[in-house]
Ligand binder design. Structure first.
Ligand SMILES: NC(=O)c1ccc[n+]([C@@H]2O[C@H](COP(=O)([O-])OP(=O)(O)OC[C@H]3O[C@@H](n4cnc5c(N)ncnc54)[C@H](O)[C@@H]3O)[C@@H](O)[C@H]2O)c1
Length: 354
């Protein structure tokens, strides 16, 4: 049975990857220390998801309570397991949170990634390494693209970006937030371990990655948090850009399916922009409407005139390279279906009085 090491296994992407690969017959080693609860408080606690995996996956899943900042611990684990592939999804994932915890952010996102890469090089250099990067590596440069203001959203006015932003967009000389900068460091290091040492690595620069198993908080997990607010009748705060800012949303299942394709036919030092593409894009105002339709509840919100520092006004991933390299992959879960699932799962977890 092939073995997969998944960091951040109690998080949204990590847990989806664990479940997906068990269904393909893999043995999973999950690494997570519930650091999300340290970053975001009790609302970010992921223990419920860890228990769900233990229950659902049984002996195919082994949890390792390990901090990826523990360099020796990571090396010892990799040497012991020698996994056939690694998916690195552990991170301090919030743009806004990073400024308050710069060392924790950098030590996790940059140094933690280096700890894993070096352990892979020493223990299992043939094993594909899929790294969750972010579209924040492009900093606020996407905001320099000419935009058109439509009724409920911003959109690109420049036809060169009609299909979204591709991987050759510059990551240089823009404002990234400390989070974006620590993720750039990890992203470049992952590419370097590919190019320099020949390890089959890829960086997946995520747009909005979402799904029913996110522990959404105000600072991270856009749709998950929005739905929580909707069901609880709590005000959602919209920060600037008239609520017309656009994100492209991809269901975590489609992320896991892409990772499967990469691991089946790995390439070296690749970079992909992984999001929902234009078809799964929405503005915050449009997301409210969809959530209302599935919950039957009015979305309460307040508007704060000031936008979040470096926030993207319109970000849509161009999926052409992913589709060209892996023609067996495409988006399978629509935005509407994703929001429907988030509403159902959030209700089942007892939010909103059900
Ligand atoms: N969700 C998104 O919208 C989005 C967008 C772009 C990129 N990404 C990237 O995708 C990856 C996964 O994101 P997610 O949404 O699943 O995040 P998440 O917070 O749900 O999951 C990350 C997991 O990593 C764990 N973790 C954090 N620091 C750790 C440490 N030092 N040691 C061990 N475990 C640790 C957390 O406890 C958490 O369970 C991250 O790299 C994130 O930057 C996410």
């Amino acid at each position: 049975m092939p073995s997969l090491l998944v960091t951040g296994s109690s998080g949204l992407i990590g847990s989806e990857v664990c479940i997906h690969f068990v269904s393909l017959g893999w043995q999973i080693h999950g690494v997570d220390n519930n650091q999300r609860a340290v970053f975001f408080g009790p609302q970010g606690d992921t223990r419920w998801n860890q228990s769900r995996l233990a229950k659902q996956l049984g002996s195919a899943f082994t949890h390792h309570e390990l901090d990826i900042r523990d360099r020796q611990g990571v090396l010892d684990l990799l040497r012991r397991i020698k996994p056939d592939a690694v998916v690195h999804a552990a991170a301090q994932p919030s743009h806004d949170r990073a400024a308050a915890i710069p060392f924790d952010d950098f030590d996790t996102n940059a140094v933690g990634t280096l700890n894993l890469l070096e352990a892979v090089r020493q223990a299992c250099p043939e094993s594909p390494f899929a790294h969750m990067s972010t579209n924040k590596v492009y900093g606020d440069r996407p905001n320099t693209i000419d935009l058109a203001e439509l009724d409920t959203r911003w959109d690109y006015a420049d036809p060169a970006y009609a299909d979204g932003i591709a991987e050759d967009f510059s990551i240089d000389q823009s404002k990234h937030s400390l989070f974006g900068a620590s993720k750039v460091a990890g992203d470049i290091m992952v590419q370097e371990y590919g190019r320099y040492f020949g390890i089959p690595t890829c960086c997946l620069r995520g747009g909005c990655l979402t799904g029913p198993n996110h522990s959404g908080v105000e600072l991270h997990g856009f749709l998950s948090y929005l739905v929580k607010c909707n069901l609880e009748g709590r005000e959602y705060k919209v920060f600037g850009y008239k609520g017309k800012q656009v994100r492209d949303n991809i269901h975590s299942h489609d992320v896991a399916r892409f990772i499967e394709e990469f691991i089946k036919a790995p390439r070296i030092a690749e970079v992909y922009n992984i999001g929902g593409g234009r078809a799964n894009s929405c503005s915050i105002l449009e997301a409210f409407q969809i959530a209302e339709r599935f919950s039957g509840k009015k979305q309460l919100f307040t508007y704060v005139d000031e936008n979040r520092i470096g926030d993207h006004i319109c970000y849509i991933s161009n999926l052409a390279k992913m589709r060209a390299h892996y023609p067996g992959w495409d988006i399978t879960v629509s935005l509407e279906e994703t929001i429907r699932q988030i509403v159902e799962a959030t209700k089942q977890r007892g939010v909103g009085g059900e």
